[in-house]
Design a protein around this ligand. Structure first.
Ligand SMILES: [Zn+2]
Length: 263
């Protein structure tokens, strides 16, 4: 499953192809959306926002295309007019003079006004996105200490998109290793210094992974600068304490950690 950094990079690719260019052709498969297509021609995409696994394509006229890819949806960038050979079902086509972006297979798609966007059930449930550069360490710390989250075990909390969007399993284990914390702990047990370290890691590690373009391939989970310290490294030596990295299961997902220095 892609995590926030991979989803943000996919959104960057779409933005590069289409952002700021007048749309020359807009097409929607879903009958409830076809009525919007003509009105969007001539507008442009201002930006593509990510909220966890949801993509928000903001048009210059004020409407937003909401799409959530679940397991199957996939976006493609193609040359204008090109229709790739694929067995996937096309759902959305947004085309400018030179490029088009195509959404295949996703079924959770809507066009929303700003008011509808603010009330959208998924977006109301999901927390702030770790790759939203406006989100600060202080805000994350306050969220950790809020009554809703302060007693939640980190192993589950860090996978809960209602806490922070964009974290997944590899980020969960790397953030906890970096913070020197065991998965069973919770925020209410931490010192102020530990909270600062954790809040910082919750933003710094996803952002480093994003910026250094960590490889998504399951067999090569590290990029040039972002190297996994524990993920997929059971049996290796911990570079901080020399202990042996272990693999277990926590909150129903594989969990990697160093019992020597994560307390
Ligand atoms: Zn260690």
């Amino acid at each position: 499953m892609p995590e926030g950094p991979e989803i943000r990079r996919a959104a960057d690719t779409l933005e590069t192809a289409i952002q700021g260019k007048p749309l020359t052709d807009v097409w929607f498969a879903l009958p409830q959306l076809t009525g919007f297509a003509a009105g969007l021609v001539g507008q442009h995409v201002e930006r593509i926002e990510t909220r966890g696994k949801a993509l928000l394509t903001h048009f210059s006229g004020g409407l937003t295309l909401y799409s959530h890819n679940q397991l199957y949806g996939v976006w493609r960038v193609v040359a204008a007019g090109e229709s790739p050979q694929t067995n996937r079902v096309l759902r959305v086509r947004l085309q400018a003079a030179d490029k088009a972006i195509l959404l295949y297979s996703a079924s959770d798609i809507a066009i929303l006004t700003p008011e509808q966007l603010a009330q959208h059930p998924f977006l109301q449930r999901v927390g702030p996105d770790v790759l939203d550069m406006a989100l600060t360490v202080e805000q994350v710390k306050a969220r950790l200490l809020s009554p809703r989250f302060r007693r939640r075990q980190f192993s589950g909390l860090l996978l809960d998109q209602a806490f922070l969007a964009g974290l997944g399993n590899y980020l969960r284990v790397e953030i906890l290793w970096q913070s020197g914390l065991a998965g069973q702990r919770n925020a209410s047990q931490l010192t102020d210094t530990q909270l600062d370290v954790l809040a910082n890691a919750l933003l710094a590690i996803p952002r480093l992974s994003y910026q250094t373009r960590g490889v998504v391939d399951d067999n090569k989970h590290h990029g040039a600068l972002f190297r996994f310290k524990v993920f997929h490294r059971a049996g290796d030596m911990c570079e901080r304490c020399g202990g042996v990295i272990e693999k277990t299961t926590l909150s129903s997902r594989p969990f990697y950690w160093c019992p020597g220095c994560q307390r």
